[in-house]
Design a protein around this ligand. Structure first.
Ligand SMILES: Cc1cc2nc3c(=O)[nH]c(=O)nc-3n(C[C@H](O)[C@H](O)[C@H](O)COP(=O)(O)OP(=O)(O)OC[C@H]3O[C@@H](n4cnc5c(N)ncnc54)[C@H](O)[C@@H]3O)c2cc1C
Length: 441
């Protein structure tokens, strides 16, 4: 982990997501000694994770090693460790390695998944929150097509080719659109003998509309576009139970499906409880106007994990909120270090975007969301903004080439199953394979 000069005060930042990384960038070059701690050695660009899961981008194209970001910053270092304890009196973090002392602390642990108590959801559905989950989902989808092409049982084949996405927020909409394009584009060429007209992408939403953060006309546009891409959207559909081979709905309907992707809910991070932090609304940690934890003044919490009460309730769990809060917490620590009082945080909403697939997106800007775009224009804006936000020139170039290739040739570059699916404890029946190395899938 290295040592830090005794005369320097140490800022420890836990989490190298958008909030943590932007806090560290704001402290780079300052008189403070900065240590970023993350359980992964890379930053993940989550807004493009669904494209990894849809075989469009390589995992490495949306991730960047933290040490590489701060290579030229002498006062910023990195430690690979999982934080699992906090002693505010001793100003020390407990980790899976040595304890880490701090003078100032910024917590930026991100979020967890909210399954809303739905039976079987955590065990039997795929998440889409980490790079590992994105890769696992891609492998599983590709494996489903391989298995479907081998089985002679029509019911098993239908279940293998039914992909249920739960939650029609931006992530659910983006993923179901991308999945439908993958199936009816590249995979229809890869599996000419498979009847892909029976392949279904079903998007379930408990509310009466999709894309909650967007105005009504953009939701309507999104719904129409999804329909034209072949996504079956079911509104007012409440999931009662998820099983290894089926999704049960509140209205009694049962969908036989070997794939359920859960994008329905976000809540505070699992680690917050271990750190003894009180959970507020949505399991997030309540912070005051300067971003310090209400129950632990002196400790800053930022990004998805923080509950910051704005005029219209809590701020959304979005990358720009996390980046702005990370920078604001860093600025407040610099002020404290200089003996000045902290400043209140104010979020500047610069707009929201979501893509539905090829040449289709929605974007809304302006104070009351009065500036709106759809279609190719919104899509081009979405591409540009996401490309610019990606970390690393090589990643930007690689992603740009991938997108251009996909756009002009209707191809997806990453249709590999690596690693081969192994037993995942999903309790699947009907496994095929050699008895000596049979895997349950
Ligand atoms: C699939 C998906 C798509 C999204 N799309 C968009 C989008 O299009 N636009 C948008 O604005 N927002 C989007 N978001 C939301 C956005 O990514 C988040 O708001 C943002 O990442 C929050 O930043 P953060 O720093 O708070 O958390 P994160 O970026 O999640 O970072 C948290 C970090 O903390 C680390 N960590 C967690 N626990 C520990 C621990 N105990 N010890 C050490 N390290 C730990 C993690 O490894 C991670 O690196 C999307 C999110 C997802 C999941």
């Amino acid at each position: 982990m290295g040592t830090h000069a005794d005369e320097q005060q140490r800022v420890v930042i836990v989490g190298a997501g958008f909030a943590g990384l932007w806090a560290a960038k704001a402290l780079a070059g300052s008189a403070l000694d900065v240590l970023i701690v993350d359980k992964r050695n890379y930053h993940t660009f989550l807004p493009l994770l669904y494209q990894v899961a849809a075989a469009e981008l390589e995992p490495g194209q949306i991730a960047y090693p933290v040490r590489g970001v701060f290579r030229r910053q002498a006062n910023v270092r990195f430690a690979l460790a999982e934080v699992c304890g906090l002693d505010p009196l001793r100003r020390t973090l407990g980790t899976d390695g040595p304890d880490i002392p701090y003078d100032y602390l910024i917590l930026a642990l991100g979020s967890g998944t909210n399954y809303f108590g739905v039976e079987g959801a955590a065990e039997h559905s795929f998440g889409l929150k980490t790079l590992e989950e994105g890769i696992a989902l891609r492998n599983h989808i590709m494996s489903c097509f391989e298995k479907a092409s081998l089985t002679g049982d029509p019911a098993a084949q239908r279940a293998l080719l039914t992909f249920v996405v739960v939650g029609a927020g931006p992530t659910g909409v983006e993923y179901s659109g991308a999945l439908a394009e993958l199936i009816h584009g590249p995979l229809s060429k890869d599996y000419p003998l498979l009847n892909l007209s029976q392949a279904r992408v079903v998007l379930l939403e408990a509310a009466s509309h999709i894309l909650s953060p967007f105005p009504v006309e953009l939701r309507r546009y999104g719904l129409g576009k999804l329909g034209r891409k072949g996504v079956e959207v079911r509104l007012g559909a409440q999931v009662l139970r998820v099983e290894a081979d089926a999704v049960h709905l509140q209205d009694g309907d049962v969908l036989a499906a070997r794939t359920v992707v859960w994008t329905a809910g976000v809540r505070g991070p699992d680690a917050a409880g271990k750190l003894g932090l009180a959970a507020g609304p949505g399991g997030r940690v309540p912070v005051d106007e300067t971003l310090q934890c209400r129950e632990h003044p002196g400790i800053f919490a930022v990004g998805d994990m923080a509950w910051f009460e704005g005029p219209g309730g809590g701020l959304p769990q979005l990358a720009p909120v996390a980046m702005q809060q990370g920078r604001a917490a860093a600025a407040n620590i610099k002020r404290l270090h200089a003996g000045k009082p902290c400043k209140a945080f104010r979020y500047r909403d610069r707009g929201t975007m979501a893509t539905i697939g090829r040449a289709a997106a929605v974007a809304v800007f302006g104070r009351n969301g009065q500036v709106r775009f759809t279609g190719f224009t919104a899509w081009a804006m979405w591409l540009f903004v996401h490309l610019m936000m990606l970390i690393g020139f090589r990643n930007r170039l690689a992603v740009f080439i991938n997108w251009a290739w996909d756009y002009f040739f209707f191809e997806r570059a990453v249709r590999l199953i690596i690693p081969q699916e192994r037993k995942r404890g999903r309790g699947r029946s009907g496994a095929v394979g050699c008895p000596e190395n049979r895997t349950e899938q």
